[in-house]
Design a protein around this ligand. Structure first.
Ligand code: NAD
Ligand code: MG
Length: 390
């Protein structure tokens, strides 16, 4: 049977990898309903034509005319702006790949959740900034949520979901990023290019910087807590530079189950596309003799304070994770634009969290999506203020 799919963020790293798998699948296995992008009109138009999309949405309204012109001789509906993204997400599809980066993905992803489409979730920031609201919507609408983030996909694959009481802890693996062995004194002056050069994974700019600060692992810690309903004390993190083990589940009897594979996002993406079946992907088969060694270390929280901040935010609850995520998005953007240094990223997050911690409503989780968006905006303003004063 043909599966219909909408990709939110089709021009990004996850989006392009998803389309790569669709292009290799058997004719008629998948049908593209909708595609979206922020501003990349050329690639979005090209994808829409190649995959015969029914509808496309461009987030930046200023790009709409250009997109319409490029698609003039094709029967594709063109939408734009944040309302356009939500409208696209409301189209019925068997699967929605949620691959927008950042809190910008929250509203369209929630719209897909509300539609009852199976949601393949790559956008971890959704769960970090709105965990409770998001998971409530998932259970209210009976939506199937399939984690695409490789660590969470690994856990999803080895977790005994029917007997959660037998699980002792989840163990997230971290590659350690490009600065795994870089001394603190050098981290002060690392460049944008150094930080973007991830040793194992090739990804979008924001997640690459998050991997370099280890904020990515911090966001994933919070993501895991919401996805699998576990407290901070039951989620550990271990650095594993080879990224062969994508994460693990430890059971009460001491058994540890791991999911392994070559580090290539097309495995977790393919898993979500074919679930509960399996599909063939071009991912390089694992050759253990070639891998040779697998090593493991504790993360260094002094050099990578972002990970400590994320654990603090998870344990504090309330608005903390939303504030952390918003401040981090602002700080990463500022670092990418050369306006702040590498260590200023975590510093900006910490100062934003401190500013909010003194406010009376900090301990209360945002009640609905509007409240999440309000907190997100205030936290962005606060972070901008700190950056200007650095
Ligand atoms: P990317 O930057 O390569 O792509 C992001 C996509 O979102 C693009 O299509 C872009 O046009 C769109 N977009 C950006 N800003 C937008 C906005 N304001 N409104 C609407 N659309 C917008 O990012 P990516 O690496 O593909 O990551 C996407 C998500 O998946 C992130 O949340 C990331 O953390 C997560 N993820 C990525 C990887 C990976 O290997 N790349 C792995 C695990 C999880
Ligand atoms: Mg990951």
């Amino acid at each position: 049977m043909t599966r219909s799919i909408t990709i939110l963020g089709s021009t990004g790293s996850i989006g392009v990898n998803t389309l790569d798998l669709l292009g290799r699948a058997a004719v008629g296995a998948f049908k593209v309903v909708g595609l979206s992008a922020n501003r990349n009109v050329d690639l979005l138009a090209q994808q829409a034509i190649e995959f015969k999309a029914e509808v496309v949405a461009i987030a930046d309204p200023a790009c709409e005319a250009d997109l319409r012109e490029k698609l003039a001789s094709h029967s594709v509906q063109v939408l734009s702006g944040s309302e356009g993204l939500v409208e696209l997400a409301r189209h019925t599809a068997d699967i929605t790949m949620a691959a927008i980066v950042g809190a910008a993905g929250l509203e369209p992803t929630l719209a897909a959740v509300g539609q009852g489409n199976t949601v393949a979730l790559a956008n971890k920031e959704c769960l970090v900034c709105a965990g409770e609201t998001f998971m409530d919507a998932v259970s209210r609408h009976g939506t199937t949520l399939l984690p695409v983030d490789s660590e969470h996909n690994a856990i999803f694959q080895v977790l005994d979901k029917d007997r959660p009481e037998g699980v002792r802890r989840l163990i997230l693996t971290a590659s350690g990023g490009p600065f795994r062995e870089t001394p603190l004194s050098v981290l002060k002056t690392v460049s944008r290019e150094d930080a973007l050069a991830h040793p194992v994974w090739s990804m979008g700019a924001k997640i690459s910087i998050d991997s370099a600060t280890l904020m990515n692992k911090g966001l994933e810690l919070i993501e895991a807590a919401w996805l699998f309903g576990r407290p901070s004390s039951e989620i550990d993190i271990v650095v594993h530079p080879q990224s062969i083990i994508h994460s693990m589940v430890e059971y009460l009897d001491g058994s540890v189950l791991a999911q392994m594979g070559s580090p290539d996002m097309r495995t977790p993406i393919g898993y979500a596309l074919a679930w509960p079946e399996r599909m063939e992907t071009p991912v390089e088969q694992l050759n253990f003799a070639k891998v040779g060694q697998m090593t493991f270390f504790d993360p260094d929280l002094d050099r990578f304070p972002a990970l400590r901040l994320a654990r603090d935010a998870l344990e504090a609850g309330g608005q903390a994770a939303c504030v952390l995520n918003a401040a981090n998005e602002v700080a990463v953007e500022a670092f990418l634009q050369g306006r702040i240094g590498f260590l200023d990223i975590a510093h900006t997050c910490e100062r934003a969290m401190d500013t909010f911690a003194s406010q009376s409503d900090f301990g209360a989780a945002p009640e609905d999506m509007q409240a999440v968006i309000h907190t997100d905006r205030r936290a962005r303003d606060t972070a901008h203020g700190h950056i200007v004063n650095l």
